[in-house]
Design a protein around this ligand. Structure first.
Ligand code: NAD
Ligand code: ZN
Length: 259
């Protein structure tokens, strides 16, 4: 593990070694989490903004919570949709969108559901946990099983109704305790076989997404973590850049651009 500089003052050596590894790599995979969107004003789950009306996300983002009180769960999602609708991609999203066009064999796996990577124009995205801008049937009925996009803010009335069966619709996201779509999992596992695996702005505690990090490391990828806080991934990363995502990615991109 290298790079123990204070917050946002990154070791130029670590930055340039990461940039050189990216420039040489045949396959680059980036795993992002809520920290990438923090500079856009989207609250993370585990930061001080993560509580809503004294409920923890782990108590709201579950099938059990939705079965018990769909309206409460939808009020939380509506609050989040309204906040996210006002947010724009930041420099971290922009650098990654640029890399998705420029770097060889690039894949972005995001745990974020906010749609900001898409808004920044990023290619080759795997949306590990779905999208807050999609709905699907909560029953589910046969036709409502497939998500549909609905970007209206506010969604009214709550809870929204499945147009196919008249039952409650639910957010098109993966909740705690739910399985990942097998196609998404397969694409992510395939992308973990890469030369450089960058982990940006994730607490690395939500599984199975967090398992991609040791998987990539075990298969020989150079692993790089960007996060102002230490996480369980820090101990196994080859490089730890302890800075905000927009700052660190911009610094790496400057060196890449100069090379
Ligand atoms: P998390 O809230 O658990 O962790 C966020 C991490 O970001 C922390 O480790 C924190 O230190 C770091 N961080 C904070 N500010 C940062 C910055 N400026 N730059 C870099 N890192 C920064 O989020 P998670 O790891 O993504 O995991 C949990 C789940 O929460 C995911 O499943 C995701 O679906 C969901 N979630 C998504 C969003 C979103 O779509 N933006 C927001 C909150 C939670
Ligand atoms: Zn339905």
């Amino acid at each position: 593990m290298e790079g123990s500089a204070p917050l946002d003052v990154l070791s130029p050596d670590a930055v340039s070694r990461v940039a050189n590894a990216l420039a040489r790599a045949g396959r680059v995979t980036v795993l992002t989490g809520a920290g990438v969107s923090a500079a856009s004003g989207v609250p993370t789950f585990r930061g001080p903004d993560g509580l809503w009306r004294a409920h923890r996300p782990e108590q709201l983002a579950t099938p059990e919570a939705f079965a018990r009180d769909p309206r409460l769960v939808w009020e939380w999602y509506e609050w989040r949709r309204q906040r996210i609708a006002r947010c724009r991609p930041n420099r971290a999203h922009e650098v990654l969108a640029h890399w998705s066009r420029r770097l060889a064999g690039f894949t972005l796996i995001t745990q974020n559901v906010d749609g900001l990577h898409e808004l920044a124009g990023t290619g080759h995205i795997v949306r590990f946990h779905g999208s807050i801008w999609e709905l699907r049937c909560g029953v589910p009925c046969a036709r409502g099983r497939f998500p549909w996009r609905n970007e209206s803010v506010p969604l009214s009335p709550l809870p929204p109704i499945c147009p196919h069966c008249g039952g409650h619709a639910r957010p098109g996201v993966v909740w705690f305790g739910e399985p990942i779509d097998p196609n998404v999992l397969e694409a992510s596992v395939a992308a973990a076989r890469c030369d450089v695996f960058l982990v940006v702005g994730t607490s690395a505690v939500v599984y199975p997404a967090a398992a991609l990090i040791p998987l990539a490391a075990d298969q020989g990828a150079l692993t790089v973590e960007i996060n102002p806080e230490a996480t369980p991934a820090s101990a196994l990363a080859d490089f730890v850049l302890p800075a905000a995502a927009d700052v660190a990615l911009h610094q790496i991109d400057l060196v890449l651009g100069a090379g």
